[in-house]
Ligand binder design. Structure first.
Ligand code: FES
Ligand code: FES
Length: 141
């Protein structure tokens, strides 16, 4: 597939060979699911993380994105970046870092925003699952 040259080669690479496409069972207690949409264009991104309950580390991640090439590339990068990190660490991943990594043009910034939001939503989902089973632990956002 040929994309216009205005896209950075990393976008084309992640678009043609997206990493970690797939789904986990959203009812699995070790899984956090983030499902977010971009009002600007109607694109939807689902990003899931699997947490090692012993260490609190994200040991696996996957995504499914119904959207443009930049959104697919952003979610692919996001899944690579969250693997092996602690949940609190991934809350620091900024869409601007993803956009910079992929050299997204300004009109495509919201595509990387979708990835940042999806990461946060996945962590929130995981925390809320565990807040329910635990006492009144406040879900970290
Ligand atoms: Fe719909 Fe991005 S605007 S695919
Ligand atoms: Fe809407 Fe990329 S996510 S154009």
């Amino acid at each position: 597939l040929i994309l216009p040259r205005l896209y950075h080669e990393r976008v084309v690479d992640h678009y043609n060979n997206p990493r970690n496409v797939g789904s986990f069972d959203k009812n699995d207690p070790a899984v956090g699911t983030g499902l977010v949409g971009a009002p600007a264009c109607g694109d939807v991104m689902k990003l899931q993380i699997r947490i090692d309950e012993e260490t609190g580390k994200i040991n696996d991640a996957c995504f499914k994105t119904f959207g443009c090439g930049s959104a697919i590339a952003s979610s692919s990068v996001a899944t690579e970046w969250v693997k092996g990190k602690q949940m609190e660490e991934v809350l620091d991943i900024k869409n601007t870092e993803i956009a910079k990594h992929l050299s997204l043009p300004p009109v495509k910034l919201h595509c990387s925003m979708l990835a940042e939001d999806a990461i946060k939503a996945a962590v929130k989902d995981y925390n809320s699952k565990h807040a329910k089973s635990g006492a009144n632990t406040e879900a970290a956002t």
